[in-house]
Design a protein around this ligand. Structure first.
Ligand SMILES: Cc1ncc(COP(=O)(O)O)c(C=O)c1O
Length: 339
């Protein structure tokens, strides 16, 4: 598995949905002067719907298609980016998508996501409680692939094993200097688990996972996914176990929990925006708040830090979806139901 992304894509069924590698860029003036801050623009991973879910869905929809399945079922919060990514990329690739959505705080972004889910033709069931997901999972028909929440099954996590491989390749090509620490949001844990698996192949790189959801089980779930990935890759991987990157789960910036902005995240968003970097207050703003707090406390002195900008910045206006790769059937339905 020398060239991780290429070899994973050669060995596992996979659908090419995103534009990779995603750009890396140095951002000056945001972190204190003794920290060299780099940003990986994962937000640009697709013009249809980008962000960190695309890599996972490439493997998940690839696996479904390899099993001959054209229907998928999944779940998330009302504004889950995983559900929107599945709805949009699924529709563009001929899948029939069904999703159960449990409540989360409503804001304009969440409403826009819900509109595009529906505009993409996904059958959406809004329920009162996450507990309803259990019977939904148990009654998933045999002709339908079940996709884990956030796309974080071992198979989906392969997307971020490949993503970590891409970071190593960018360093090898000297597009990116040797990085000391990577900062990323921790939700369903697949992104961090994939990175944790693949970054062990590099010089020591620390990983700071900033929790943005309620459940304080990030480390256990991440380990569970890493074990699942190791099982999937056992046949191919000859890498000596090697030191894993040091994983720190940062619990102090989740604020009131999933879907809620915090004063710290809003301040970090404003500060990043003043330096030309647009973030959101629910995910990436919390990560930036943690990074800036560490920098101000001197914990990142003379370090090169890579920040993952994980939220899609593709336009969410349902009317432009047709121009971005969705079947025209979807555009017609959409324009008939503007809100
Ligand atoms: C924009 C964004 N960034 C980061 C994450 C966290 O990724 P993961 O679910 O793989 O932990 C999520 C998902 O919750 C997300 O929507």
């Amino acid at each position: 598995l020398d060239d991780l992304s290429a070899s994973l894509k050669a060995r596992f069924p996979w659908l090419p949905l995103g534009k990779f590698p995603t750009r890396v860029e140095r951002v000056a003036g945001l972190a204190p002067g003794d920290v060299e801050l780099w940003v990986k623009h994962e937000n640009e991973s697709s013009d249809l719907f980008g962000g960190n879910k695309v890599r996972k869905i490439e493997f998940l929809l690839g696996a479904a298609r390899a099993r001959g399945l054209h229907r998928v079922r999944t779940f998330g919060g009302t504004g889950a980016h995983h559900v929107a990514a599945t709805a949009l990329h699924g529709a563009a690739n001929g899948f029939d998508v069904e999703a159960m959505l449990f409540p989360q705080p409503l804001d304009d972004h969440v409403r826009a996501l819900l509109r595009v889910d529906e505009a993409a033709g996904a059958r959406v069931h809004r329920v009162r409680s996450i507990l309803e997901v259990v019977p939904y999972r148990l009654t998933c028909p045999r002709d339908t692939a079940w996709l884990a929440g956030g796309g974080s099954s071992p198979m989906g996590t392969l997307g971020w094993v490949a993503g970590g491989g891409e970071i190593l390749e960018q360093m090898a090509r000297e597009e990116l200097p040797p990085i000391d620490v990577v900062y990323c949001a921790l939700g369903s844990c697949g992104t961090v688990a994939g990175l944790w698996w693949s970054l062990r192949r590099a010089r020591p790189i620390d990983l700071v996972a900033v929790r943005v959801v309620e459940r304080p089980v990030g480390r256990a779930l991440t380990r569970h996914l890493v074990r699942g990935v190791s099982r999937l890759l056992r046949r191919f991987d000859a890498t000596p176990p090697g030191a894993r990157p040091v994983l720190r789960v940062e619990h102090g910036f989740a604020g009131d929990g999933y879907g809620w902005a915090s004063p710290e995240s809003r301040a970090a968003v404003a500060r990043a925006s003043a330096c030309g970097l647009e973030l959101d207050p629910i995910y990436t703003g919390k990560v930036m708040a943690a990074l800036l707090a560490d920098a101000l406390a001197g914990r990142l002195k003379n370090k090169r830090v890579l920040f993952l900008r994980t939220q899609s910045t593709a336009p969410l206006d349902p009317r432009v979806l047709g121009a971005r790769g969705l079947p025209s059937r979807v555009t017609c339905e959409t324009s008939a139901a503007p809100r």
